[in-house]
Design a protein around this ligand. Sequence first.
Ligand code: NAD
Length: 249
Amino acid sequence: MSECEGLTALVTGGASGIGRATAELLARRGARVAVLDLDPSTVGEPLTAHRADVTDDASVRAAVAAALGELGGLDILVNNAGIGARGTVESNSDAEWHHVFDVNVLGMVRTARACLPALRASAHAAVVNTCSVAATAGLPQRALYSATKGAVHALTLAMAADHVHEGIRVNCVNPGTVDTPWIGRLLDAADDPAAERAALEARQPTGRLVTAAEVAAAIAYLAGPLSGATTGTALAVDGGMQGLRPRTG
Ligand code: NAD
């Protein structure tokens, strides 16, 4: 399929998991794709890779400038870099709150700010933010993470409103629990990884984890020309987690 032929894309957090699957899918659909990541060492052709820390504005601006120089412009920004956090309002420190907001929310703001001039010059401009079902679901032990994703959801709507008249569409995807290296690390750290995995699977009515490829397909749809009338929306890719009751037996 080549529905992204002639388009250019930048994917943050594109070295792993959802971002990697998205970058590779957009490339297979014909886009020229650059990845921005804290550790892009595993990224190879046809993708190009740029090291940047989304908590560092100068590093983001330098990486975006280098990527756009190579790509010759920008049509698609996938704002995906993010980190997890476990805990309640009592267990997470102020420093943890500042850091996770810095990565998950301000990271998207910095990257969008650096990319907007190029997106304005595109005849097909789309931003897709990786949000989460945690933005709206009320998950236990995820106060900090959920608050950052609630902010990403609100940011998506506000950006969509601010830039619709410039021809820039802004949407987000809300994944459930996705089988990525992130979840692998979470399971490795659990006392009983098999029981933890079973609990994560049972939380989703489909009874299984979402795949990175399924989230990538949703992001590619929102980034591509087939969703040209869609802006300011959140597309759930969550195994029914938001809308349905989990299996009870
Ligand atoms: P992952 O850990 O596999 O990949 C995240 C990538 O982001 C890594 O390559 C990492 O190096 C990069 N990154 C992290 N901090 C960075 C920083 N400061 N600057 C630049 N790059 C940085 O994780 P994933 O599961 O693919 O998650 C990607 C996105 O999906 C995140 O925004 C996450 O919140 C969201 N998400 C994940 C799940 C899930 O269950 N895996 C569910 C809902 C939403």
